[in-house]
Write a protein that binds this ligand. Structure first.
Ligand code: K1U
Ligand code: ZN
Length: 169
C-alpha cells in the first residue's frame, strides 16, 4: 500500500466531475487500498479519488471512533437514492482545504447505493457523521467542495487563508 499526495484547493481536478467506474478490478481495489491508507494517515474519516488526482467515482470512508475497530467502507459509483427532508448542520473540514472548518447544512439522513470492493451492489443508510461524510465525499465526485455551500464572501476568505498558508511553506 502507499500514501498518496492529497491535492489542495484551488486545483482544477478538485473542480471536475469524475467519471463512473466501468469494472471493479484489481487496479480499482489497489487504488482504494492506497486511498484508505492515505485517509488513515492524514488523518481523516473520508477520501474521494479526485483528492488524490484520480477523476473516477471512488470513495473510502471510516467513521468508527478511535476506541472502536476499523470499519472501512469502499464505495464505487456511489449515488444518493434517498435523502431526508429534515436538515442538520455540521461543522465540516476537508483534507483538500487544510485547517479550515465551517458549518454546512445538509439532509440529516441519506441512503446511498454503490458497488463494494467486489463489484457487488450495496446500500448504506446513515445519519450523523456518516451522512455528512457520504454527502461530502459524493460532492467531491461532482467537483463540489464544502466551501461551495458557503457564501462567496466566506468561501473567498477561506481560499485566501489556504493560499497564504501554502505560500508560507
Ligand atoms: O473529504 C475529506 O476531505 C475528508 C474529510 C471528511 C469530512 C469530515 C467531517 C465532516 C465532513 C467531511 C475529513 O476527514 S476532515 C478530517 C476530520 O474531520 C477528522 C479527522 C480525524 C478524526 C476525525 C475527523
Ligand atoms: Zn473533502
Amino acid at each position: 500500500m502507499a500514501i498518496l499526495p492529497i491535492l489542495v484547493a484551488p486545483h482544477p481536478v478538485l473542480k471536475a466531475k469524475s467519471k463512473p467506474v466501468s469494472k471493479v478490478d484489481d487496479e480499482v481495489r489497489k487504488l482504494m487500498d492506497d486511498m484508505l491508507e492515505t485517509m488513515y494517515a492524514a488523518p481523516g474519516v473520508g477520501l474521494a479519488a479526485p483528492q488524490v488526482g484520480v477523476g473516477r467515482r471512488i470513495v473510502v470512508i471510516d467513521v468508527a471512533g478511535k476506541d472502536e475497530p476499523p470499519a472501512p467502507l469502499f464505495l464505487v459509483n456511489p449515488e444518493v437514492v434517498w435523502q431526508s427532508e429534515e436538515l442538520s448542520v455540521y461543522e465540516e473540514g476537508c483534507l483538500s482545504v487544510p485547517k479550515q472548518y465551517a458549518d454546512v447544512e445538509r439532509p440529516a439522513r441519506v441512503r446511498v447505493r454503490y458497488l463494494d470492493r467486489d463489484g457487488k451492489r450495496q446500500e448504506v443508510e446513515g445519519d450523523g457523521l456518516l451522512a455528512v461524510c457520504l454527502q461530502h465525499e459524493i460532492d467531491h465526485l461532482d467537483g463540489t467542495l464544502f466551501i461551495d455551500h458557503l457564501s462567496l464572501l466566506k468561501r473567498n476568505i477561506i481560499l485566501r487563508k489556504v493560499k497564504k498558508e501554502r505560500a508560507a511553506l
